[in-house]
Design a protein around this ligand. Structure first.
Ligand code: NAD
Length: 468
């Protein structure tokens, strides 16, 4: 019997089926885990629906205390959670440890929010109050790149606002979420949080279910479209955090050594499997060669290994499908550009690809136009910054982007014209719970974090009273 349980209606239960979870660093089965049936999904939604009225009436201070208790419990188990995360996801233990620490910090910060009544008008003729009410059952759909952190993005606001929750982790990374489920079972009233696992087969049922009021989805743009279509029948509220193809534009006055170091970190964290990683670099002709040389040097020095090994900097790709997709892109890069670092897989079990730098490549190549979501970075040469910006903007995606320059005014001007939810200057990948985060264009819909993100888990409720 699996060592992991689903959480349905406050009870830790077996799934109607079982599935093996692969360690991507060894390709061996790491653990067996429950796989829920459609009936179990329905039972979890029903439990969340039944728990909703009492949870919505629970004072926000009590809801907050339970959310904070979860963060405390995660802190106690941080070491074992991080180890499990590395084993199921692949990322180096240092990154997994940071993911758990960030998750705890996110939960604690997001839980500080409140929902005060706003008095919009109070005069002789009328008093208008703006209240915010919970929506009902929220479905949180999680991808495999940050299985714990993305739960921490969604859970605090969903629950603090008075909603109940159903969490569905990705099929290849459910274990750390299920461990958190054991903690949740001891903290929250039955049905307030439920966890269901699947093999990519229950998402559609969840997003079309009439008793689910909102879907908060993080994943690919392709699946996001399906979620949006599924939500239409009952006009569900939606937050979609989708794919990206973030461009970094490097101006001729940037320091190539500093820029290369920042760009490498922004592109290769989690083996490039980050929604807002740098996925293409536009470098001015005057700095192009120096930047390429420096990026190649860093890439060649990077230690690629099992994330549990001391000193590992880049782990395997998370799953076989992603590994195959990235290897196919690597093959296209051989003819579309010049590989100056990496370019090969490791000759051992595990989905390892060495960090790869590709130069002499341009727009129109698949590696530039598509989201690689892996450790391969194309460097594109340009002569005119406005042209580079136009090429960066000529994408359906618009999650993030960055400008690298020693001239703050020029960088700021370009940043203002970049079509993305977040644009960084001389850095990339800096985000936090107090800064709203959301994608432009097909990178998403709605916002996470900060006040704006909290409001997405609520429904406005206006009380408008005649006076005089
Ligand atoms: P995915 O879209 O394949 O899967 C995401 C989740 O959706 C999984 O839990 C999956 O089981 C579920 N799912 C699959 N089919 C579904 C359906 N028909 N209806 C509802 N849910 C369904 O994405 P992935 O491969 O797990 O993650 C990689 C992608 O996610 C990349 O494109 C990346 O850029 C994006 N991503 C975006 C962000 C962000 O915040 N913008 C963060 C992380 C990842």
């Amino acid at each position: 019997m699996p060592d992991y349980k689903l959480l349905i209606g406050g009870r830790l239960v077996d799934g109607d089926d079982v599935m093996g979870i692969i360690n991507p660093a060894t390709e061996e089965v790491l653990a067996f885990c429950p796989r829920a049936s459609a009936g179990q999904l329905d039972a979890a939604i029903m439990a969340a629906k039944e728990a909703f009225p009492a949870w919505a009436r629970t004072p926000i201070a009590e809801r907050r205390a339970m959310i904070l208790a979860l963060a405390d419990c995660m802190e106690i188990h941080a070491e074992s959670l991080a180890r499990l995360l590395t084993q199921e996801q692949g990322k180096p233990l240092s990154e997994a440890t940071a993911e758990i620490a960030y998750s705890i910090a996110f939960i604690r910060q997001l839980a500080t929010h409140d929902l005060p009544v706003q008095v919009l008008e109070d005069n002789d003729s009328r008093r208008v109050e703006l209240h915010r009410r919970p929506l009902g059952v929220v479905g949180a759909i999680i991808p495999w790149n940050f299985p714990v952190l993305i739960v921490a993005f969604k859970l605090p606001f969903a629950l603090l606002a008075g909603n109940t929750l159903l969490i569905k982790p990705a099929p290849t990374t459910p274990l750390s979420t299920l461990r958190m489920g054991e903690m949740m079972a001891g903290i929250f009233p039955p049905g307030v949080i439920n966890i269901i696992t699947d093999q990519n087969d229950l998402g559609a049922r969840l997003t079309t279910h009439p008793d689910v009021a909102k879907i908060s989805f993080t994943g690919s743009t392709e699946t996001g479209r399906k979620v949006m279509a599924g939500a239409a029948a009952s006009i569900k509220r939606l937050t979609l955090e989708l794919g990206g193809n973030d461009a970094a534009i490097v101006l001729p006055d940037a320091d190539p050594v500093k820029a290369a170091s920042g760009i490498f970190g922004g592109a290769f964290m989690n083996a490039g499997q980050v929604c807002l990683a740098i996925k293409r670099v536009y470098a001015h002709a005057d700095i192009y060669d120096a930047l390429c040389v420096e990026l190649a040097r860093i890439a060649e020095e990077a230690v690629v290994d099992d994330g549990l090994k001391q000193g590992a900097q880049i782990g395997p790709l998370q799953n076989r499908a992603q590994y195959d997709k990235v290897r196919a892109l690597l093959e296209t890069a051989r003819s579309d550009g010049t590989i100056i670092a990496g370019g090969e897989v490791l000759d051992r079990p595990g989905y390892f690809i060495r960090p790869t730098i590709v130069r002499d490549i341009s727009d129109g190549a698949r590696l530039v136009d598509e989201e690689q979501f892996g450790p391969i970075l194309p460097i594109i040469r340009y002569d005119d910054p406005d042209d580079a910006l136009a090429r960066a903007n000529a994408s359906d995606m618009g999650l993030g982007g960055s400008i690298w320059s020693s001239d703050r005014d020029v960088a700021h001007d370009l940043a203002m014209r970049m079509e993305a939810g977040t644009v960084w200057i001389n850095k990339h990948l800096d985000f936090g719970p107090t800064v709203p985060f959301g994608g432009a264009k097909q990178s998403g819909l709605g916002v996470e974090f900060a006040e704006e993100g909290f409001h997405e888990f609520t429904q406005i409720h206006v009380i408008n009273e005649a006076k005089g």
